[in-house]
Design a binder for this molecule. Structure first.
Ligand code: UDP
Length: 249
């Protein structure tokens, strides 16, 4: 019998992009489990609130392909990007255990094959996990070199039919300039996709923003280091910068 297209669950569904920088204290690198545990408890709190959540894992705390290539002439850029994708898998394993230690079931899925540690990413399977209340961690980015996990996050938000793409960062949202370097940087409460592209604001990859713009996927950039922010963001509270079709006031 032919399978019918099942409508998606009526629960709120979010895709959360976590950069590798969330995995260690500021200015440090690698994986510091204290930082991961803090993130994990915020994530478990969201899952306990009946919100479906898929997390797209970054890897910049271990390695970013472009920067690694720039510092090492003997490596091919493609190889460096694949190393970055594997870094997201290492992070994913750490996050999975940290979340499950809190009693919240998870599934780690990856676009780069790693059968002994993670399931292959299959959209329908990911959807099923979400419906069953499991937190889905997606490693490996898009599985393709020369892009970053921002593009993967936009892609997953669209194909998993998320209500919103949340981008967790170390600052309160989007500014006209880097607020950690320029004290006069202006904070934006709301931006249109076009404003982000035209002003070349460093929110996400241009490709990621273009994807969200094309399909009207709203994005909220917020500060994950503030306790309780992830739950507020997940529930739909406007706590950072929202990027949508609507222009800034
Ligand atoms: N990467 C890639 N393709 C993808 C996603 C990631 O090649 O679809 C590589 C890329 O080199 C990137 C690295 O993996 O720099 C780590 O991801 P990202 O820089 O997005 O991590 P984040 O900055 O979010 O921690």
């Amino acid at each position: 019998m032919e399978e019918k297209n099942v409508p998606r669950s009526s629960r709120r569904r979010i895709v959360l992009k976590i950069s590798g920088e969330g995995f260690c204290p500021p200015q440090e690198r690698g994986i510091v489990m204290d930082s991961v545990n803090r993130l994990a408890s915020q994530i478990a709190e969201v899952a306990a609130s009946d919100i479906e959540m898929a997390i797209v894992m970054g890897g910049g705390n271990i390695l970013r392909g472009a920067a690694f290539k720039a510092a090492n002439s003997s490596i091919a850029e493609t190889t460096a990007h694949y190393m970055g994708m594997l870094a997201t898998l290492i992070n994913g394993l750490a996050l999975q255990d940290a979340i499950e230690a809190l009693g919240q079931p998870t599934r780690l899925m990856t676009t780069v094959r790693a059968d002994s540690v993670a399931e292959p990413y299959i959209r329908r399977r990911a959807t099923r996990h979400l419906e069953k209340g499991r937190v889905v961690i997606i490693a490996g980015g898009t599985g393709l070199p020369f892009v970053t996990t921002d593009t993967a996050a936009a892609q997953r938000a669209l194909e998993l039919d998320a209500d919103i793409l949340l981008k967790a960062t170390k600052v309160n949202g989007v500014y006209s300039d880097d607020p950690e370097k320029n004290p006069n940087a202006v904070f934006y409460d709301h931006l249109s996709y076009e404003e982000v592209s035209v002003q070349k604001l460093r929110v996400m990859d241009q490709e990621a923003i273009a994807k969200c713009a094309e399909h009207g996927m709203p994005v909220m950039v917020f500060n994950f280091r503030t306790e309780g922010n992830l739950l507020r963001a997940a529930k739909g509270e406007h706590i950072g910068t929202i990027i949508s079709n609507q222009a800034s006031k």
